[in-house]
Design a binder for this molecule. Structure first.
Ligand code: DUT
Ligand code: MG
Length: 242
């Protein structure tokens, strides 16, 4: 399996425009290809903000964010879409069909590829039940797709694009434990070789991660495996025990 998508943060500081205090303060870490890096931390810790710097919704005021040694600020918008696949915390659909939503990152994808991505994302059954299948129309504020279904479509959309880096922002918390486990098992295969970063709340979601980053107040206050952090990190223990 070819591997690529090494993400490196070097001493990154970032504050939202107009805000007094930075939201991220001196964040450094490396997320390796072929590995899963999990990020855990209380609400407001800066997890979504960190991901938004990888997908370059914002640029840091200090420090650098690089993918495979290239600063993300040197990647154009179009290039970015094929390098980074973000599954946002609040999943969104574009007005169009289910198929056009799934093909967003790779217009030439075949129907078979869309169905395979849906299968992995645990979304094939509900699309099959739609009268028009992949041609079913959806709209941004539409009600014919539930929140959970929307999330699975966003996961499938990212899989279809085959990026080097996958960013899952709290994509699994709303799923029941069995679906969560099934989904992540399939994702393991579908994303093999890429860099996977998962923001999560459940310990069951992250305990098998190769590396866990513990965030608190905009800083990385711990890193290691589940067992290492249980041993050494008070903030992690508090999160796990809560
Ligand atoms: N913040 C802003 N403007 C924004 C987004 C966030 O000022 O557009 C602030 C809110 C918070 C901090 O930045 O104090 C970090 O927010 P973020 O959304 O990154 O936190 P999180 O770790 O993703 O929290 P949650 O677990 O609730 O998703
Ligand atoms: Mg968030």
């Amino acid at each position: 399996v070819p591997t690529a998508g090494r993400v490196e943060f070097r001493d990154v500081t970032f504050g939202y425009p107009g805000a007094e205090r930075p939201v991220l303060d001196g964040v450094s870490f490396v997320a390796e290809p072929g590995q899963t890096t999990a990020i855990i931390g209380s609400t407001g810790a800066g997890k979504t903000t960190l991901l938004s710097l990888v997908s370059r919704q914002y640029d840091p005021q200090q420090g650098s964010v690089a993918i495979d040694g290239v600063s993300v600020s040197d990647l154009g918008r179009h290039e970015m879409a094929s390098v980074v696949g973000l599954i946002p915390q609040k999943p969104y659909l574009f007005s169009g069909t289910i198929g056009s939503n799934l093909r967003f990152g790779r217009p030439e994808a075949t129907d078979a590829e869309l169905w395979e991505a849906l299968r992995v994302a645990q979304g094939a059954d509900f699309v099959r039940e739609k009268t028009h299948g992949l041609d079913e129309r959806v709209s941004q504020g539409g009600t014919n797709v539930s929140g959970g279904q929307r999330q699975r479509l966003c996961i499938a959309r990212a899989l279809v694009a085959r990026p080097r880096v996958y960013l899952f922002d709290d994509s699994f918390s709303a799923l029941d434990v069995a679906t969560d486990a099934r989904l992540r098992e399939g994702l393991g295969e579908a994303t093999a070789g890429a860099t996977v970063i998962i923001v999560a709340q459940r310990v069951s979601t992250i305990r098998s991660a190769d590396q866990i980053l513990v965030m608190d107040g905009g800083a990385v206050v711990g890193r290691g495996t589940h067992d290492e952090l249980l041993e050494s990190n008070e903030t992690y223990r508090e999160i796990v025990e809560s």
